[in-house]
Design a protein around this ligand. Structure first.
Ligand code: HEC
Ligand code: HEC
Ligand code: HEC
Ligand code: HEC
Ligand code: HEC
Length: 241
């Protein structure tokens, strides 16, 4: 066999083994990640967000739980279901709450600051846009996470704009981060109506109507029943029962 042929064979073998090793190493990383493993094992909304994250672009690019939340992902965990209550509590505390850099679940403008660490371009565009400014002023603009999700991290389509805009014709031609009418041609098909809200992420408050109605109905029913009970109680008491 010539030396050249041998070299080619060796290189081919190395090239073929390399990617599978890298993939195996990545899986290993995920399994070793105490944050992911424990939350996944907890099930319920925690299990769900761990699964969502697992499938995300972030997971594939090594943006792990602790990159966003802080804490210590390298704490030895073992099999979560075999831990005693005390062991579980101790590990929970030492991987999360005892760590100075643990930030928990970020809220409001803290979320934007977090995304900004790695997506400063979108952040800069967005804070200067009319919608971004409304978000920060708590007046109904969406946050990064409203459109992209925190863990599953998808790219939304214009369906999401319908949450707050009645008519989204032509919206697919807008840059969602800098979206402003100043950049839009005069003959744009849609007018944007004013909307303000104090809902969790911001949204169209008119959609809250039916919930508010149910709330008032519930309150009136409760008070009426209370008055009836009180009257019955006093009538019975007076009657000497
Ligand atoms: C041994 C299990 C376990 C490990 C390991 C663990 N967590 Fe948790 N985590 C929990 C439980 C249980 C809760 C529910 C709240 C509580 O008990 O404090 C929680 C809550 C949270 C919350 C929500 C807190 C809030 O402010 O609402 C975040 C964020 C979080 N964990 C991130 C992490 C990150 C990041 C890591 C790794 C550095 C991690 N967790 C490691 C069990 C765990
Ligand atoms: C790209 C950043 C990012 C990554 C990576 C990330 N999170 Fe989060 N997480 C967030 C943000 C932002 C919020 C708060 C958003 C919200 O309120 O919906 C959040 C909220 C949470 C909460 C609170 C949820 C609730 O409903 O109370 C928990 C628990 C949590 N994350 C755990 C994790 C775990 C476990 C991982 C890894 C498997 C992870 N996160 C990965 C950004 C991230
Ligand atoms: C530690 C760095 C880091 C943080 C923090 C972070 N990201 Fe990312 N993000 C990445 C990397 C790396 C990628 C993949 C490469 C790329 O597209 O730039 C990515 C990709 C994305 C994508 C593209 C998804 C796709 O399908 O193409 C979106 C959307 C995104 N991130 C949103 C967010 C949001 C929202 C936050 C805040 C909650 C956030 N990111 C926080 C590093 C980060
Ligand atoms: C109103 C919804 C909306 C909001 C709010 C929003 N985005 Fe986006 N984002 C989108 C859409 C839609 C795309 C796809 C854009 C495209 O295909 O041109 C996108 C794309 C991205 C991408 C992929 C790269 C790119 O530019 O195409 C990243 C990263 C990203 N957004 C991060 C962020 C961050 C960080 C924030 C908050 C500062 C944010 N987004 C706020 C809707 C939104
Ligand atoms: C959570 C609610 C919400 C979502 C989701 C949302 N918007 Fe908005 N948007 C607003 C509010 C509130 C305003 C301000 C309306 C006003 O001027 O009174 C606004 C204004 C705008 C404006 C006008 C900016 C200007 O120059 O005045 C554009 C363009 C826009 N949005 C595009 C989009 C696009 C594109 C999407 C989807 C990718 C989207 N919006 C999703 C709430 C939202």
């Amino acid at each position: 066999m010539s030396r050249k042929l041998l070299l080619i064979i060796i290189i081919t073998i190395i090239v073929n083994i390399f990617p599978s090793n890298v993939l195996a190493a990545q899986d290993q990383d995920i399994e070793d990640n105490a944050c992911y493993t424990c939350h996944k094992a907890l099930g319920w909304k925690f299990g769900e967000l761990a699964t969502n994250w697992e499938r995300s672009v972030h997971a594939k690019n090594g943006v792990t739980c602790s990159k966003c939340h802080g804490g210590d992902p390298n704490i030895p965990l073992g099999n979560v279901n075999d831990l005693s209550t005390t062991e579980f509590r101790e590990i929970t505390l030492s991987s999360m709450y005892y760590q100075e850099n643990f930030v928990g679940a970020p809220k409001k403008e803290k979320v934007q600051e977090l995304c900004k660490l790695c997506h400063s371009e979108q952040y800069k565009m967005y804070v200067d846009s009319p919608m971004g400014a409304l978000f920060l002023a708590n007046k109904g603009g969406p946050s990064c996470v409203y459109c992209h999700g925190a863990h599953e991290n998808h790219i939304p389509n214009t369906k999401i704009c319908e949450d707050c805009h009645n008519d989204v014709q032509g919206f697919n031609k807008l840059n969602p981060h800098s979206a402003s009418f100043e950049d839009i041609p005069k003959d744009f098909p849609t007018k944007i109506k004013g909307m303000h809200s104090e809902t969790k992420y911001g949204g169209d408050i008119s959609k809250l109507g039916k919930y508010l109605y149910a709330y008032w109905l519930g309150s009136v029913a409760f008070i009426t029943l209370f008055v009836i009970y009180a009257l019955t109680f006093f009538v019975l008491k007076k009657g000497g029962y």
